[in-house]
Design a protein around this ligand. Structure first.
Ligand SMILES: [Ca+2]
Ligand SMILES: [Ca+2]
Ligand SMILES: [Ca+2]
Ligand SMILES: [Ca+2]
Length: 433
């Protein structure tokens, strides 16, 4: 008895041809998508227009994007722009008056201070956005040529600044800028084992944010430990206040810029840009425990790194890889947005105070949590989330700025498909030879 021939569709050669065609098509679609992003991307924060957000908006971009600081008038037109330093992180309204901000920026150069080696120099400066008058407040020279040391600075009073130091020795410290004296420091290594977080002593904690609380405590963001911690400058770490747990990504996942809302404004609560989870969250302190009280995301939100609760109940968000700045209403809808280059780090509306300084808790405001949308467009936009977030965001960090999260998703899928096809072809060739 002879076996009947296989139907065409099941013949290995035909199957291979169909596979080759499908992979080729995928590669073409990926190429077209990337080309379209290249053709339409606008790296200039000073281009384009959007209505004003209802105040003076200031935004920074760090090494993720085309590093710069830009300010917009309440009507949306450009007020100030500077890219001298190449890397800008925290910006805050200055206590000295309207249209004046303080920021921390970084540049790399060879300096006598580092024996001719390349240095990372962090500067804290105050600039009047209307007159361009700039004052240097503090300089930190770091001989290690890694990521810039200081991503956040918080002003305690006229002469004391509080720094967040992401590199070894991973600490927060207060400096009297008049005398240049360090008057207090807490090193994470006093309370955390080297096995926690990232690789020790490299990018161990990625301590990227610090806040001096109205009650005198210091709130510290340990990004790589997925935790926000509270330190009493006299008594040390308050372990029972810690929000999040190392590796428990249900709570926080390599977050940025937590803002504390005290009891007087409906807290204790903390608003956090939960970056690798692509969402903004708020946790409320109830009976000695942190409970999630609010969550917001839409299908575009990608690696957000700042969220400020505004006095009117809106939340201002820096959507780093979603390439936009936006505000969200109390009911969870997007009330305003402006396209912005990839890599926005910190956003502030000057008239509303530093970060969430005059904002109330989600619980007090009765904020509605926002979902990521329904329908096929939302599903389509969410496809990049099939790629593990650290892989996707790592790719977006290293690829050109005009590559969108969707392009990165297609590149990953195409890459995997081409690799699998290659392996299949090799196996076929091996078996037939
Ligand atoms: Ca800020
Ligand atoms: Ca700050
Ligand atoms: Ca904030
Ligand atoms: Ca902010």
């Amino acid at each position: 008895m002879t076996r009947s021939p296989l139907p065409n569709a099941l013949r290995p050669s035909t199957r291979m041809s169909t596979l080759r065609l499908a992979v080729a098509l995928l590669v073409v679609v990926t190429g077209l998508s990337v080309a379209a992003s290249f053709a339409t991307y606008d790296t200039a924060a000073t281009q384009g227009s959007a209505p004003g957000v209802g105040g003076t908006l200031v935004a920074t971009i760090d090494a993720t994007g085309p590093g710069q600081i830009v300010a917009y008038h309440p009507n949306g037109s450009v007020m100030y722009h500077n890219e001298t330093y190449g890397i800008y992180h925290d910006v805050d309204p200055a206590p000295t008056g309207s249209d004046t901000v303080e920021y921390v920026a970084t540049y790399h150069n060879e300096s006598d201070a580092c024996a001719g080696e390349t240095c990372s120099v962090d500067v804290v400066e105050r600039v009047n956005l209307t007159t361009d008058e700039t004052t240097r407040l503090h300089t930190i020279v770091d001989t290690e040529n890694g990521s810039s040391d200081d991503h956040d600075v918080d002003r305690i009073n006229e002469s004391v600044l509080l720094f967040a130091n992401i590199n070894y020795p991973d600490s927060v410290f207060m400096v009297n800028t008049t005398t240049d004296e360090t008057i207090w420091e807490w090193r994470v290594s006093e309370d955390y084992a080297p096995e926690s977080g990232g690789s020790y002593p490299g990018d161990w904690t990625h301590l990227n944010d610090v806040e001096y609380l109205p009650d005198g405590r210091v709130m510290v963001d340990l990004r790589n430990q997925d935790q926000v911690v509270f330190v009493d400058p006299g008594a040390g770490l308050q372990e029972n206040w810690t929000l999040g747990a190392d590796g428990d990504h249900e709570i926080l996942y390599e977050q940025h810029n937590p803002d504390y809302i005290p009891e007087a404004r409906g807290g204790p609560a903390v608003v956090v840009a939960d970056s690798e989870n692509n969402r903004i969250v708020e946790y409320q302190r109830e009976d000695g425990e942190w409970q999630r009280s609010w969550r917001w995301a839409d299908s575009r939100l990608s690696w957000p790194r700042d969220a400020d609760r505004l006095p009117d109940g809106r939340t201002l968000i820096a959507d780093s890889h979603g390439s936009r700045i936006l505000t969200v209403n109390r009911n969870g809808s997007v009330s305003w947005s402006r396209d912005f280059p990839d890599g926005v780090y910190d956003v502030e509306i000057l008239e509303t105070g530093d970060e969430s300084a005059n904002g109330s808790s989600a619980a007090a405001l009765g904020l509605e949590s926002g979902g990521v949308g329904v329908g096929w467009t939302a599903t389509f936009a969410r496809l990049p989330r099939l790629v593990p977030p650290v892989v996707l965001h790592g790719l977006l960090y290293s690829l050109p700025l005009w590559v969108t999260p969707f392009d990165a998703f297609l590149l990953v899928v195409s890459g995997v498909a081409v690799a699998l096809l290659g392996v299949g072809e090799a196996v076929r060739w091996y078996r037939s030879s």
